[in-house]
Structure formats: C-alpha cells, structure tokens
Write a protein that binds this ligand. Structure first.
Ligand SMILES: NC(=O)C1=CN([C@@H]2O[C@H](COP(=O)(O)OP(=O)(O)OC[C@H]3O[C@@H](n4cnc5c(N)ncnc54)[C@H](O)[C@@H]3O)[C@@H](O)[C@H]2O)[C@@H](O)CC1
Ligand SMILES: Nc1ncnc2c1ncn2[C@@H]1O[C@H](COP(=O)(O)OP(=O)(O)O)[C@@H](O)[C@H]1O
Ligand SMILES: [K+]
Length: 551
C-alpha cells in the first residue's frame, strides 16, 4: 500500500459530489456499498451471528446504519435498531424505510440503551457531518458506549464505528466538546472503525487512533483517487499517510532509493555535518551523528567547539571531528561544497545555535534545525526571516508553541466552527478548490497548524508526536502515525530523528522526502526493537530495518 492519500471531510464530500455529478454512481448506491462494507467487516470478525444493536443518526451516517441493520438481519443476526427521528436526507430516508419493512426502530435514548444486552453495538450516529459537540442526550448515549450510566458503570459490548466514533472530529482527531486534549472520561473506544474510500485526517491524529480501534478502509467504488486541476496536475495540497512500509523506499524508477549502487563512492552518498555543543551538553549531537552514519551518509563530521573536543572523542570511530568555534569557522567549513547537509540544535546550546544559524542559513545548505536551534530561532525574528526551502524544522509541541504561538493557541481553542461556516460545507463542484482551501474544520488541526507554519517559515516543518505531521511550504503534507510504539517517547529519540533526516538530506533526498522517510525509518527502528528501547538503540536498528525493506 505504501503512502495512502488522506482526505479532509470536505475533500471526501467533494469526491462524492464529483462521482455523482459525473453520473458514475448514485448516492443510494454509495450508501448501499458503504453499509455492505461495514456488515462484511463485522461478519469477517464476528462470524457467529449474535445480537447487534445499531444506533442510527439523522443523516447519511445513520443511512449507512440502516443498511448494516438490514444486511446483518439477512445474515441471521438478531438486530435491534435505535434511530433519531430527525428528517434524514432522501437516500438515508429510503434506507430507513427499507429497514422499517423488516424491523422496528426505537427512539435513540440513553435510557433505552441502559438495559441493552447485545453482543455488538454499531455506532452510525454521526460521521463526516459531525460539526458540533453532542447534545445532552447523545452525550449520554456516547457515555453509555464508553461504559458509564447515571446508575452504574457498565461494560459495553464491542463497538463498531461507521466512519468514526460519533463525537470525534474527522478533520482534527479531537473530541468535539470539552477541553482539547482533555475531553473528560468515558469516551467510547471502538474495536473497529470502517471508513470509506480513504482514511480521513481525524483517523490519524490526536484521539483518532485511540478511539477508533482497528481501521478498515473500504472501497466503495469511487474511481477518483485524487484531485486534479484543469491541467490534470494533482492539487498541490495533498496529504499522504504512511500505512505500511513505503514502497518507494525500495524502488524509485527501478533504483532502490535508499540502497547503495555497486561501484559508488563515499562522496556519492553525501557528507553530513553535525554541530555539537560546549562541554557538558551531553551526547545529543553524538546520537544525531551516529544516526546520520547509520542511515547511510557517506561521511559524517561532528563539529564541537575546540575546548569540547575531548568530550566528543568517543566512538564511533567512523565519525570525523572538526572544531567549529564560531560563525566564521562554520562559514569556512561550509565553503567545501561536498558538505551537503547540516544538523544544528541537538546539545548545541541556544547562544551557540543563534550565532551559527546566520552563516548556516546564508550558505543555503539543506539543514535540520532542531532543539536549541528552534529556541534560538524563536528568539531572533531576523534570523527566522532567513529560513528557506532546504530547511527542516523539527519542533515538538513545546518548541512549536515558542516558534508559532498564535498557531498553537488556535489548536488550544475548543470552539468548533460557526454555523455559517458549517453551512458552507456543501461544496459546489466548480468551486471545490477554493472551498476546500477555505474549509478547515470544524476544529483547527495539527495538520492545519503544520501547514501554516511551513508556509510562514518557508521551511519543511515536522511537528513531533505519536501523530507526527509533516508539511512543506507548498502545502504538501504527510502524516506518520506511531501510536503503536510509545517506547519512542524517550530522551534523545528526537536527536536521533534529526540525525536520520540530516543523513538523508546529505544523501540527496529532497527535503519533504527526507523528512517523511526519516519519520518512517525512526518509528520502524523503534518498532523493530520494541519495549525497553532507549535512544541509543535506534541507530543500531537501522541496518535491520533496511534488510527488512529488501535493500
Ligand atoms: N461522502 C461520501 O462519499 C459517503 C458518505 N457516506 C456516509 O455519510 C456520512 C456523512 O453523512 P452526512 O453528511 O449526512 O452527515 P452525518 O450523518 O455525519 O451527520 C448528519 C447531520 O447531523 C448534523 N449534526 C452534526 N453534528 C451534530 C450534533 N452534534 N448534534 C446533532 N446534529 C449534528 C449535521 O448537520 C449533519 O448534517 C459519512 O460519515 C458516511 O457514513 C456513505 O454513505 C458513503 C459515501
Ligand atoms: N507517545 C509516543 N508514541 C510514539 N512516538 C512518540 C511519542 N511521543 C514522542 N514520540 C516521538 O519521539 C520523538 C521524541 O522527540 P523529542 O520530543 O524531541 O525528544 P528528545 O528531545 O528527548 O529527543 C519524536 O520523534 C516524537 O515524534
Ligand atoms: K459513527
């Protein structure tokens, strides 16, 4: 599978609209396929027909639910349906009628669920239309699914979410309502989420992976896979996610991208310079340097100040050392154009980083700016102005907040978009491009924040976390989910990531590619080592990761 396209809810709606406008498919048909896919996924995982309760909302997500109810009943399940009595759209109404010919529909309330004894609950209340916090009754239904009732704690049956657990914002992965990052307890956790055509941004960010359980992306026959403009070019603001080892790592036009060609010279694989700090700054820069070597840079030079050289003289012996005391020394060193990429920040010290940033940016060399270099950038707006497209900023949320306080503040704002913005959610086909650019909601996402940060700085931005988001100044973005490797949250893991990216830049990968590939390799190394991981282990896992990739 490799890189997979990830859509916002507005993009998904536009694709559906485009497919229907082209006459390729009718809405009712898409809904039938969506419901069939959910019922199929359920029957695959729970092959013995049991009792299922299907919760249907007021819109098309509810419409999918009625299809699931019909199909499971036909497969021998005992089906109970609870539905909201709002007027659904025509497709959902048709599906509701078809179900009503087979079985009853009780009102969807928490009280009705209190005594439910089914083996499985299907959450088809809200999907991509989820734009505001759940009202009181639906919040109670949601808490029941999360295992809470006013009377007592319950053990809810496994939950299968249609498109998403209702309450999750599919554009940000945040819970709608409550505090961002701390939405309160008793959130429902699905065993399985079945979404359609492509993962949505919210499946991969923040709470999305936590609440969604296993994610199945069902093909519902939408032919269009990406947006193309009038010239047939793929729209530049494209978001891709790593779902499996990216195939492009193994092959690029027949050449292994990360492999080494027979007969090549060490300089063919680039020379990376890793700036280190004064004595007592710890091994951060050495971790970066080791990672740059392991990822295959032909040569790696560690550059501490002269008086810290002794501290930095330990292994690996493959590492070269050059003293760099000040800006002038760095400028001289960068006069050698075989030095293809620089890593500045890990274990560097903020003052030293500030002093060295100017000659580094002036050299226009591809550069990873991490840790102390990010703090230095935040304190020196004039230096920030010198950032360019070869720069990679790798902030964690704290560093991001220092660099882009206004964007971080928007992430903290719990309020969803206004009703006026919500009504703009229906995208006229001919204006989709503008509409999609305007519609980022209902909540501001880490993807939005990284994109704005990249556009503002002119650099590639990697916003760290279990849901790492990467954005380039032209709007292209990548999401790399590492929720499965919490062992990566360990001191120095970020220094290794910076070194991996610097090594890949030295090897000649374009910045966005180097960063996305680096994030993948970093997590793959952690995955391969498993529990007990410390940062020093990460570079040592890279050879095994490469072997696994068939290099
Ligand atoms: N877009 C597509 O291509 C397809 C969509 N399908 C289904 O359609 C769903 C989207 O359907 P809809 O757009 O009708 O939206 P939903 O069914 O997710 O939501 C229904 C309506 O509820 C309202 N609403 C939002 N938040 C609310 C809240 N907190 N309390 C009360 N009402 C609220 C909104 O106005 C929304 O229109 C998808 O999630 C998916 O399940 C599928 O049938 C297959 C194809
Ligand atoms: N819970 C987590 N699960 C998976 N990866 C994580 C998690 N928390 C952090 N990471 C990753 O670990 C690395 C930590 O980097 P950073 O915060 O800079 O730490 P340090 O400065 O100690 O090196 C980043 O690559 C980040 O994406
Ligand atoms: K749902």
């Amino acid at each position: 599978m490799g890189w997979t396209e990830v859509l916002t809810t507005a993009e998904m709606r536009a694709l559906e609209t485009a497919a229907m406008a082209s006459g390729a498919v009718m809405g009712l048909e898409l809904m039938e396929r969506a419901g069939t896919a959910v019922a199929g996924a359920i029957r695959l995982r729970w092959p013995k027909a049991g009792r299922v309760t299907v919760l249907c909302g007021p819109g098309n997500n509810g419409g999918d639910g009625y299809v699931v109810a019909r199909q499971l009943a036909q497969a021998g399940w005992r089906v109970r349906v609870l539905g909201m009595d709002n007027t659904p759209g025509p497709d959902a109404a048709a599906m509701k009628r078809r179900w009503a010919e087979m079985g009853g529909i009780e009102p969807l309330t928490a009280a009705a669920l209190g005594s439910d004894l089914s083996d499985l609950v299907v959450d088809a209340i809200f999907g991509t239309g989820m734009t505001r916090p759940l009202d009181r009754e639906m919040a109670l239904v949601s808490r029941w699914m999360g295992g809470w009732t006013p009377a007592r704690a319950v053990t809810p049956p496994p939950i299968v979410a249609v498109d998403a657990v209702s309450g999750l914002c599919l554009d940000s992965g945040a819970w709608l309502g409550g505090e961002r990052g701390d939405p309160g307890g008793n959130l429902p956790r699905a065993a399985l989420t079945v979404t359609f055509h492509a993962p949505k941004v919210g499946h991969l960010l923040e709470l999305g992976p936590v609440l969604g359980g296993e994610l199945v992306v069902a093909d519902i026959g939408l032919k269009t896979t990406s947006f193309r403009d009038a010239e047939g070019q793929i729209w530049s603001e494209r978001t891709l996610a790593v779902m499996d080892p990216p195939r492009h790592l193994q092959q690029d036009r027949g050449q292994p991208l990360l492999g080494k060609r027979a007969g090549s010279h060490k300089f063919d694989h680039g020379h990376a310079l890793i700036v280190a700090g004064t004595a007592g700054q710890g091994g951060a820069a050495r971790l970066s340097a080791r990672a740059a070597l392991r990822v295959g840079a032909g040569l790696v030079t560690l550059a501490p100040p002269a008086d810290a050289m002794a501290e930095h003289s330990g292994p690996p012996d493959a590492l070269m050392r050059r003293a760099v005391d000040d800006a002038a020394a760095l400028s001289r060193l960068l006069g050698d154009d075989r030095l293809r990429a620089v890593c500045l920040g890990p274990g560097c010290g903020t003052e030293r980083a500030a002093a060295l940033l100017e000659p580094l940016l002036a050299s226009r060399r591809p550069a990873v700016l991490d840790a102390d270099a990010l703090t230095a950038l935040a304190g020196h707006p004039a230096i920030f102005e010198g950032l360019h497209g070869g720069c990679v900023l790798t902030p964690h949320m704290g560093e991001f907040r220092r660099l882009f306080p206004d964007l971080a503040a928007r992430l903290d704002t719990p309020r969803p978009r206004s009703p006026a913005q919500e009504s703009a959610q229906t995208v006229a086909l001919q204006t989709w491009r503008q509409a999609l650019a305007d519609m980022r909601g209902p909540l501001y996402s880490r993807l939005d924040a990284a994109r704005e940060a990249a556009a503002r700085s002119g650099a590639v931005v990697l916003l760290k976390g279990p849901d790492t988001v990467i954005a380039a100044p032209d709007g292209q973005a990548r999401i790399h989910s590492a929720f499965d490797v919490p062992w990566l949250a360990t001191a120095g893991a970020g220094d290794v990531l910076a070194g991996i990216i610097a090594g890949l830049l030295a090897r000649g990968l374009p910045p966005l590619e180097a960063v996305a590939t680096g994030a993948f390799l970093h997590a793959a190394a952690a995955r391969r080592f498993g529990p007990g991981l410390i940062a020093d282990d990460l570079p040592e896992q890279l050879p095994g990761v490469f072997r696994d990739l068939g290099l």
